[in-house]
Design a protein around this ligand. Sequence first.
Ligand code: 5GP
Length: 125
Amino acid sequence: MAVKGNVPYDPQNVFARILRGELPCNKVYENDYVLAFHDIAPKAPIHVLVIPKAPYVSFADFSQNASEAEITGFTRAVGQVARILQVDGPGYRLLSNVGEEGGQEVPHFHVHIFAGRALGPMLPE
Ligand code: 5GP
């Protein structure tokens, strides 16, 4: 179920538990700022999630409250993960769902990287 916007950070959300090592993940990349791992229910041949290590609920929270270093570190890491996945040649799609109408299910900011085939229209008609 989608989460409402403007909620306080829930430290029991599934990505917080992955960051604490309480749940496993199939890791692609990690640095001081981010962890990237394969989505458990991929919606494209390549479907990777990039999450900040710090506790931000959504892009709305991250863009308002993260430090310059966190924002730069996160943005560069997304590009780095795309290079690791070797998708920057053929292309890929970035997506971040925010809040209820955005369809966000996990209340820890994340960017989806979709790739591996022509991805078609941006949204269903
Ligand atoms: P959202 O709808 O919040 O943008 O996307 C959440 C994503 O997290 C979904 O694509 C879902 O498949 C993925 N996900 C949910 N639980 C887990 C988990 O335990 N492990 C991994 N790797 N992905 C998860």
